[in-house]
Design a protein around this ligand. Structure first.
Ligand code: TD4
Ligand code: ZN
Ligand code: CA
Length: 309
């Protein structure tokens, strides 16, 4: 039982029909819900921390909570920085004991993204830490239907090959039509699987990463809204599309929004039904259970990762 890099997890997942779930964590209940699910499913697990999560919970707490989770469950876990925006935050996380970091240079021009990623790879690899980079921009809701903007923002396969060769990065996040949050598509959901296959063909040994992979299940949006929420028009990535991506080189699937919805729906429900109650454990407990059920569903039915530890 230890913090592990993503290297062995991805090597196993690369040429099989499953992917490893990477779930965002911000506090104890979220961590507990996720690791309990992974333990019961005997699944590989990545816990990831955004800059916002670091700021909210403080790195020392997050690292110790994940250590506690490993002690409690006996699981190997990869602790990963999500969307590191510069060398400094990546270095801090390496120094804090993270086993994996993402340098997201996707907003920079190609050459600058390469330079920045190389710098992080050099430091991280010297400390036994794996690195994820990103090439291409995740779509905004409006972009999805227009073919022109697709070519301008989605990952270009030839560039992906050049990028990986020049940076030595361990895994690559690609833009094929997903986006962060609960509003991913206005019309029919569309992911560019042709492009994904082309990328996978050119760099068959590089594990690919799918960001923005929440499904935004209607029942959870409805449950949030039933108890006073207002989340109209939410739409995520259909589950069968995630399963397809897992067959085309995608080894890591990022999920945050679905956990937020599951947790919030439960808390809204409890507080609505028990307006006189003010014991946080009464609503955070069921919220933790809701996270666990959601993660178990993802691992078993969407990522196909049960028993793959
Ligand atoms: O990388 N992620 C998670 C992004 C989390 C952002 O957290 P902050 O609010 O702290 O910045 C994903 O790709 C998740 O995608 P999803 O589809 O779940 O939104
Ligand atoms: Zn992301
Ligand atoms: Ca796979």
């Amino acid at each position: 039982m230890a913090l592990v890099t993503t290297k062995d997890m991805f090597a196993k997942a690369l040429n099989s029909d499953y992917a490893v779930g990477a779930f965002n964590v911000n506090n104890m209940e979220i961590i507990q819900g996720i690791v309990e699910a992974a333990q019961e499913e005997n699944a590989p697990l990545i816990l990831q921390v955004s800059a916002g999560a670091r700021k909210y919970a403080k790195p020392a707490y997050l690292v110790k909570l994940v250590e506690a989770a490993m002690l409690d469950t006996g699981l190997d876990i990869a602790l990963h920085l999500d969307h590191g925006e510069d060398f400094d935050i990546c270095k801090k996380c390496v120094d804090d004991g993270f086993s994996s970091v993402m340098i997201d240079g996707s907003k920079h021009p190609f050459e600058e993204n390469i330079r920045l990623t190389k710098e992080v790879v050099e430091y991280a690899h010297a400390h036994g830490v794996s690195v994820e980079a990103e090439l291409g921009k995740l779509a905004g809701v409006e972009d999805n239907i227009k073919v022109d903007s697709r070519n301008a923002t989605f990952t270009v396969p030839e560039e992906a090959a050049e990028f990986v060769a020049k940076t030595g990065v361990d895994s690559l996040a690609v833009a094929i039509g997903t986006s962060h949050g609960a509003y991913k598509f206005k019309g029919e959901p569309y992911l560019d699987f042709e492009r994904l296959q082309e990328i996978h063909k050119l760099i068959p040994d590089t594990p690919l990463v799918l960001h923005g992979a929440s499904t935004v299940l209607p029942e959870f949006v409805a449950k949030c809204n039933e108890y006073g929420g207002d989340i109209p028009g939410a739409q995520g990535v259909p589950e069968d599309m995630i399963r397809t991506a897992a067959k085309y080189g995608v080894c890591k699937v990022n999920i945050d929004t679905d956990l937020r919805l599951a947790m919030t729906a439960e808390i809204r429900k409890y507080l609505t039904e028990h307006p006189a109650d003010f014991d946080p454990r009464k609503y955070l407990g069921p919220a933790r259970d809701a996270i666990k059920r959601m993660v178990q569903h993802k691992i078993r039915n969407v990522l196909n990762a049960s028993g793959k530890r």
